[in-house]
Every structure is written in structure tokens, then in C-alpha cells.
Design a protein around this ligand. Structure first.
Ligand SMILES: [Zn+2]
Length: 260
């Protein structure tokens, strides 16, 4: 798969002797993403491509001497909200967590102490949080989580899309229009929203007083939760820059973190 990770930050390009020579304080980033349906217009690998794009651009913004490497991504995520759409390749929560646990064991055995879980698929978020604490407790690793754009504010993204453009909407479409336009099918756009900001409810899909568990097939026959129609490559390039700047800041904060 295409990569934007700078070659000098790609952990798997090193020999074991080169790894052995690294500082034990080196920060190792484990990307977690998904291979799952993204509507009629985006590829299955969308979350994995975006992960790699944002992380690669963020790593390029770090000072050359910053001790940070990216591990190859855990591409298969917990995507059972998209089951029923051909091409979705999901692993169970227990499998996903077991993979992260075993990677943590290997990282510990290699002598490293600091791990970041960088996630770009919402279905993995709760599991990354659980595993960050488990890796801390079981292997005494300092563990950190960064999700998506690390809180970047996307200038020009309308509030409805910012709040409820969960999947294959304007943001993800714009990212890929800027980076891999050949993988986007603009003639195939569809739009669906799971909720509307102008119709607030006590019961919301996520982050509210009461939530409901949703499956994409309950809401959107096409698989889209958002509106890709306004997406442009120009906005996408700016949003990649805004997100990668924010992720680089998060990585620098982690690098400067001193355990109590
Ligand atoms: Zn996605």
C-alpha cells in the first residue's frame, strides 16, 4: 500500500542491529485503522490511507533528531458496524486487543519503554483506550493514545458535517481527493446523516447523555454517514496540514512527558 511515512522514520526498514542501537526512550507509534466499506465512492483502505497520510506528514514536521518511529499499521480493525457490505474485513474485539497485547510484549522484549497508539477508525477507539492501560499495567510501558486529527479544528468544515460526518463524508473524501484522487469516484457520491445538529435529542449516537449502538446498514444503504458532495482537494490539502500539525504537537508533548 502507498505510504507517506518518511523512510527514516519507518521502523520496519531497520535491521535488528540498527534497532538495538536505538535509544530505549525511542517513541514507537502503532497505527490502528481499518479495511472496511466507505460508500460507493471511497476505497476500503480509506482509514488506513488517512492514518498513514496524517502520521507521515506529522512525522515530517518533527525535528530530525526527535526519536520517533512508525511501526507498520494494524490495518484490520473492529469494523462490525459495517458488516453486510462486501469488502469489509473485520476482526473481533478480542482478536484486535490480542494483537496489540502481543505487539506490546514484543516491544517490551526489544527493550523499548514508550508506545503511542495512533488510531483513525472510530470502531477501534474504545479498544485502544483499554489496551493502552493494559500495556501500561502488564508490561510497564508508557502508553499514549492519539485519535484522528488530535483535536484539529478544520477551517471551512460546516458544523453538521463536523459533528455527524462520521464516515465517508466530506472530510475523508477531501483527504483522499488531495492525496489519492485516482481512488475517489465523485460520480458515485451519496449522503446520509445519523443525526442533525438542528434537531438536538437527549439520545444521540455518540458523546451524549444517552447513546445508542448503531449499525451502518440500519441508517444508510450506500454505507455513507455524512455528505461528501462539497469535498475539494484544496480543502483536503489544508485539512491534512491542520491535522498533521496538531498530531506533531501531540507527539512533541508525548516526547516531553516525564513520568511522575
Ligand atoms: Zn473512514
Amino acid at each position: 500500500m502507498q505510504t507517506w511515512i518518511p523512510a527514516n522514520r519507518e521502523f520496519s526498514y531497520l535491521t535488528w542491529k540498527q534497532v538495538d542501537a536505538l535509544s530505549r526512550d525511542t517513541l514507537l507509534v502503532i497505527p490502528t485503522a481499518a479495511i472496511e466499506q466507505h460508500g460507493h465512492h471511497l476505497p476500503l483502505a480509506t482509514d488506513t490511507l488517512i492514518n498513514n497520510l496524517l502520521l507521515g506528514k506529522a512525522l515530517a514536521k518533527l525535528p530530525a533528531e526527535a526519536p520517533v518511529f512508525a511501526l507498520p499499521p494494524v490495518c484490520y480493525g473492529k469494523s462490525n458496524e459495517h458488516i453486510g457490505f462486501p469488502g469489509t474485513l473485520s476482526v473481533s474485539a478480542s482478536t484486535f486487543m490480542a494483537v496489540l497485547r502481543d505487539l506490546g510484549a514484543s516491544i517490551k522484549a526489544s527493550g523499548f519503554k514508550r508506545v503511542v497508539l495512533f488510531n483513525t477508525h472510530g470502531g477501534n477507539t474504545a479498544l485502544d483506550d483499554v489496551m493502552a492501560r493494559d500495556l501500561r499495567a502488564e508490561f510497564d510501558l508508557q502508553t499514549f493514545c492519539i485519535f484522528g486529527s488530535a483535536g484539529a479544528k478544520f477551517t471551512g468544515l460546516n458544523p453538521q458535517e463536523a459533528r455527524y460526518g462520521f464516515h465517508a463524508g466530506e472530510l475523508e473524501t477531501a483527504f483522499l481527493l488531495s492525496a489519492t484522487p485516482e481512488l475517489v469516484h465523485p460520480g458515485e457520491y451519496t449522503a446520509n446523516y445519523i443525526a442533525h445538529i438542528d434537531n438536538p435529542s437527549f439520545l444521540v449516537p455518540e458523546n451524549g447523555p444517552a447513546t445508542f449502538a448503531w449499525l451502518t446498514c440500519d441508517i444508510a444503504e450506500s454505507g455513507v454517514l455524512g455528505d461528501p458532495t462539497p469535498a475539494t482537494a484544496e480543502n483536503g490539502a489544508r485539512w491534512v496540514d491542520e491535522a498533521s500539525t496538531q498530531i506533531a504537537k501531540a507527539l512533541e508533548a508525548i516526547l516531553n512527558h516525564k513520568p511522575v
